[in-house]
Design a protein around this ligand. Structure first.
Ligand code: SF4
Ligand code: SF4
Length: 377
């Protein structure tokens, strides 16, 4: 395993993302503990020392599983635990950072968190946390007491919000969504450069875009790869793109099976900063251009259509499943989300409230029929 150094500590360049652990009975709360233990221990024995979980992952059971397995194998002090303050609870009755952190310590069977992040932070949430919850005093106190060893935030907002948040507190690291398709959205390349100038290392999440850049059966992508003589897997190509960048702390991969753990560890060892070849760069440029040319439903996910729907149809989710399937050539993966969240498309009564609310002027009832035909036809 390769390592980066952070405040004199060795951190594996590959981090174990604990949000897509294998489960039993298709129930996110029922983690397959023997399988996960095998995966964590293989990762640990092969040098991975950074495990990233969060308060809501697997309905809280990701933290529980990580805590139990680290304690059982007596390796808590040999690895770094990263977990997160859940921001979607902000404003809800009972939201209490103090209580949340206490629950996390209990679930993780530890008295300190090595890397604590505010989860998926947006600019407005940061303002509310500061003004309504006095979060800076809370974080400073926990850091002083050693309960939080290093403080950061994970991020899903604009570059401008990223810049504002990063300048507003003594963060030690940040975590951004980044891959070769998402290098110009959210923090993106500009965020990478800005954090580097400020001396703040970054973690990367979604380096394979939640599995979308694997392209298991996609002849058009195969042709592009062949043109550039690319022989490694699509997953490796995507990981090589992020490992190529400077100022990275840890690249997180949400792993669901032992084979993925083995493959990612091997890839991490083969990659290096500045290691992307000219052929690989050209191939990635062509894949990006091709994917951008695939026609999709131009839904921005603004959700203006949702509140007025009398049948409570998850319109943007249905469009997102369809777009993901046609763009990334992976209908099977999107079918899972579609079946889970979009089982009531047939209930549409064509009242057109959604279409009137849509700033993109989409003919939503007709498009929903197309989506339904695609997945159910
Ligand atoms: S047209 Fe269909 S999807 Fe749109 S608001 Fe009416 S019932 Fe909901
Ligand atoms: S209002 Fe239109 S653009 Fe916004 S989420 Fe709904 S369908 Fe998408």
């Amino acid at each position: 395993m390769r390592y980066n150094y952070f405040h004199g500590e060795k951190l594996s360049v590959l981090g174990f993302g604990c949000m897509r652990l294998p489960v039993l009975d298709n129930d996110q709360s029922k983690i397959d503990m023997p399988q996960v233990e095998e995966m964590f221990m293989y990762a640990y024995e092969n040098g991975v020392n950074y495990y990233d979980t969060a308060y809501p992952y697997h309905n809280g059971f990701s933290e529980v599983a990580l805590g139990e397995i680290l304690a059982k194998n007596n390796i808590r002090d040999k690895v770094n635990i990263a977990t997160k303050l859940f921001t979607l609870e902000i404003g809800r009755p009972g939201f209490d950072p103090e209580k949340m952190l206490a629950t996390q310590l209990e679930r993780l069977k530890t008295d300190h968190i090595d890397y604590y992040l505010i989860h998926g932070l947006h600019g407005d949430q940061w303002d509310r946390l500061k003004n309504e919850y006095n979060i800076i005093d809370f974080l400073n106190e926990k850091r002083r007491k050693g309960i939080i060893r290093h403080m950061g935030f994970s991020f899903h907002d604009s570059y401008e919000a990223f810049q504002k948040i990063i300048d507003d507190y003594s963060w030690e690291f940040a975590q951004i969504q980044y891959n070769y398709l998402d290098n110009e959205i959210q923090a993106g390349d500009r965020g990478l450069r800005y954090a580097q100038r400020r001396g703040i290392p970054l973690n990367i999440m979604e380096p394979i875009k939640g599995g979308n850049l694997i392209f298991p059966d996609y002849p058009a992508i195969d042709e592009i790869r062949a043109k550039h003589g690319i022989t490694e897997s699509n997953a490796e190509l995507a990981l090589r793109y992020v490992f190529d960048k400077e100022n990275l702390h840890v690249v997180l991969s949400g792993m669901s099976a032992l084979d993925q753990v083995k493959e990612n560890i091997a890839i991490a060892d083969r990659c290096s900063v500045g290691g992307l070849t000219e052929d690989e760069k050209a191939c990635i440029d062509d894949i990006r251009a091709f994917l951008e040319s695939v026609p999709t439903i131009p839904c921005t996910g603004c959700r203006y259509c949702v509140a007025g729907c009398p049948m409570q149809i998850h319109i943007p989710v249905a469009f997102s499943c369809y777009n993901g399937a046609v763009k990334f050539g992976n209908k099977v993966a999107q079918m899972r989300s579609y079946n889970r969240d979009c089982s009531n498309l047939a209930d549409c009564v064509e009242c057109r409230q959604c279409a009137e609310a849509c700033p993109q002027h989409l003919d939503i009832p007709e498009l929903l029929k197309e989506v339904r035909a695609y997945f159910e036809g």
